[in-house]
Write a protein that binds this ligand. Structure first.
Ligand SMILES: *Cc1c(COP(=O)(O)O)cnc(C)c1O
Length: 312
């Protein structure tokens, strides 16, 4: 089958050496952020088999959900355009739809998705919470007709299958595989693709201990652990320490991290090394899952709050 994203079916990204710490532990970054300029990182992995499936089912439209700065919304819009599928984004925040021109001026994520042809449906926070309800689904069907539904954050069985392809045979040499966790779909794919003697570490980007249960539902092995103390207060919350870490990391290694996911992950790894978590000589592979498009949105927030900005 022709790959609708113009990629070979199996594509693997480079592991870039970052540093060796004092106890001989070394850190590499898997540059999934470089997979595709618009459908970056794990969102490419998560969408690939969903797009195959949508085409198999003869659908011409993808419908999905997200917040106004969502990487998943941006990636779905771009992937749909590349695959020749229409896209509909159900976006949290009814007020954003009141003056779309103004919203697009102020929001780089939605502006990008719009430029890819995504049609928006802005809903109140209350309605957004109901998005999994049958009644709301029926409402969407009446409004938009037939579509292929991709869940919020893009996680389902097809997404997990795609994320298994992040790891390749050459990655067996690593003792630890580390990745940021939003819904847990990416981590589930990594766990499934790992060897029993590797340990998979998930760093949730949000508060709450429900994620372990979510990941267990995905029929995974038990060679994994969630590291719960690097969420910086919750989803999309940041502080000046995190921003300073991201900026220093960029200066030192010429690699951009994002403030919502990968910045927290790499900060957490550096901090765990200090606490002696990793036995000496460990080899760690951290997954750079992309997400850089969200930086502009974060910077406009930081600017309003008079906080230091992310160099980008
Ligand atoms: C969406 C996203 C994640 C989280 O992936 P899940 O599969 O939902 O856990 C991690 N990193 C980046 C950059 C993302 O955009």
């Amino acid at each position: 089958m022709a790959n609708p994203l113009n990629f070979n079916v199996e594509i693997s990204s480079e592991n870039q050496f970052i540093t060796e710490f004092k106890n001989g532990t070394s850190l590499y970054l898997k540059r999934e952020d470089l997979l595709h300029p618009e459908v970056s990182g794990n969102k490419f992995r998560k969408l690939k088999y969903n797009i195959f499936e949508a085409e198999k089912q003869g659908k011409d439209t993808l419908l999905t959900f997200g917040g106004a700065y969502s990487n998943h919304i941006a990636a779905t819009a771009a992937a749909g355009k590349l695959a020749g599928l229409k896209t509909i984004g159900v976006i949290r925040g009814k007020e954003l739809g009141e003056n779309l021109g103004e919203t697009l001026k102020q929001n780089a994520t939605l502006n990008f998705a719009h430029s890819c042809g995504m049609q928006f449906y802005f809903v109140s926070r209350g309605d957004y919470r109901k998005k999994a309800n049958l009644e709301f689904r029926q409402h969407l069907s009446e409004k938009f007709g037939d579509f292929y539904l991709v869940p919020e954050g893009g996680t389902n069985a097809f997404a997990i299958k795609g994320c298994e392809e992040i790891l390749s045979a050459k990655d067996k040499e690593f003792n630890y595989i580390a990745a940021s966790v939003g819904t847990g779909g990416t981590l589930s794919g990594l766990i499934r693709a790992s060897s029993e003697n590797q340990k998979i570490l998930g760093f949730p980007a949000l508060k709450g201990d429900f994620l372990s249960e979510e990941i267990k539902k995905n029929d995974v092995k038990d060679n994994w652990e969630l590291i719960l103390n690097y969420h910086f207060g919750g989803y999309a919350r940041v502080d000046s320490q995190l921003i300073s870490f991201i900026n220093k990391f960029r200066e030192k290694y010429q690699i951009q991290l994002d403030p919502v996911y990968t910045g927290k992950l790499v900060f957490g790894i550096f901090d765990l090394v200090k606490t002696g978590y990793f036995p000496s000589g460990s080899k760690i592979l951290a997954i750079h899952t992309g997400g850089l498009q969200g930086i502009m949105g974060m910077n406009s927030f930081l600017k309003k709050k008079n906080l230091p900005l992310i160099n980008y």
